[in-house]
Design a protein around this ligand. Structure first.
Ligand code: SF4
Length: 378
């Protein structure tokens, strides 16, 4: 199976915390859509087998017009074998989701909508510099539910000014809407963002890691008590509604990434496209792929396997480590994991090893303890 990721690098305004690649000037949107279609042609030989998931991410894919989206779909269908059961996700911002836009997404073949709600409190949306209002979020969810059964919303926790009570109210509101999937993120301060600058200048409060950890625990407790499965650190879904696209990434399946800043992976090599709209368009128009490429060593692939899979309910297994990476890595894993089992940070069920539920928030640090950083086996 394969996946296609398409990056739409435009946003109406810049959220203060955002470190993704996007431009707030939409003037190159038509040219960029043409370039995406050309890159789809250039990369068609990189996909083996049927495409099982397509993901429009960004940026803000809901800024695409009906015609632009149709053009991209036409290019996909002309150049790739798309499974009739493919999961096709589009990320959308509430302020774009008029009923006309929602029906046009649905009619074009999108079958999963992921809405960037972030908070059900107006003051948080203003604090983050989101382009939408609370009323737009409420309306978008109500209308989207009429057309899309497979619906997800994003929420952010650990925001200064968002008390534990407000976070719980956010979760309860999401529960009231009975949305089958939630993606949740701790607010992080990336160095190159407006938020980092504002914090340095004393214009915004520092992010409180302890509060984020506490609100994550509230999140896990509240959602799992109501039937959601925390199938990956940040993701909660009802049975049958896990993101097939993201699950494919976590299982190391190949994917092509299309658009500026998009990444792709073929099982051994990773590439990443230039993070600049004009340079991307110019390269593609010359018939060139604007990407850099690296070959992942067995050491890179082992470390990545540990990192991504320990974030999921599927965990890691000794038999899989042996089969994918060989005896050296099984022995290394056994040796490093011993201390983590002793501290209760890892748990075991048969052959499978997972992060203990109470230690999930520390998961990335725990995974790092299991990384192979030596030489000679990579
Ligand atoms: S809408 Fe999304 S991609 Fe655009 S600035 Fe906000 S967080 Fe970043």
């Amino acid at each position: 199976m394969s996946s296609i990721y398409i990056h739409i690098p435009f946003c109406k305004q810049a959220c203060y915390y955002c470190d993704f690649h996007f431009s707030t000037s939409l003037k190159r949107k038509p040219e960029l859509v043409d370039a995406l279609c050309k890159e789809l042609v250039l990369r068609k030989k990189e996909v083996i087998g049927d495409v099982e998931t397509i993901y429009f991410g960004g940026g803000t894919p809901s800024l695409l017009s009906k015609e632009e989206l149709q053009k991209i779909f036409q290019s996909i269908r002309e150049n790739y074998a798309v499974s009739p059961e493919a999961e096709i996700t589009l990320e959308a911002n509430p302020d774009d989701l008029s009923e006309g836009k929602i029906t046009s997404f649905y009619a074009s073949g999108v079958n999963r909508l992921s809405i960037g709600v972030q908070s059900f409190f107006e003051e948080d949306l203003i604090w983050m510099n989101r382009s939408h209002t609370l009323l737009q979020a409420d309306t978008a969810i109500k209308v989207a539910k009429q057309y899309f059964d497979n619906l997800s919303i994003d929420l952010i926790y650990g925001v200064p000014g968002m008390s534990d009570e407000k976070w719980l109210m956010n979760l309860n509101k999401a529960l009231k809407y009975d949305i089958p999937h939630l993606s949740t993120y701790a607010l992080t301060v990336e160095p190159r963002t407006a938020l980092a600058k504002m914090i340095r200048q004393g214009k915004k409060e520092h992010v409180d890691d302890e509060k984020a950890s506490r609100q994550y625990a509230m999140l896990v407790e509240t959602l799992t008590a109501t039937g959601y499965i925390n199938y990956e650190f940040s993701n909660f879904g009802r049975a049958g509604y896990f993101s097939r696209n993201n699950t494919a990434y976590w299982f190391g399946k190949p994917y092509v990434g299309i658009g500026p800043s998009a990444h792709g992976f073929d099982g051994t090599h990773r590439y990443w496209n230039v993070r600049h709209n004009l340079k991307y368009i110019q390269a593609i128009n010359r018939g060139n792929l604007s990407s850099e490429r690296e070959t992942l060593t067995p050491k890179d692939r082992y470390n990545e396997y540990i990192m991504t899979r320990l974030r999921t309910i599927w965990g890691v297994s000794r038999s899989e480590i042996k089969q994918k990476f060989g005896d050296f890595y099984v022995d290394f894993f056994e040796q490093e994991a011993r201390a983590l089992f002793a501290k209760g940070l890892l748990v075991q069920e048969g052959d499978t090893v997972r992060i203990a539920t109470s230690s999930k928030f520390l998961g990335d640090g725990i995974s790092a303890e299991l990384f192979f950083l030596g030489t000679g086996k990579g």
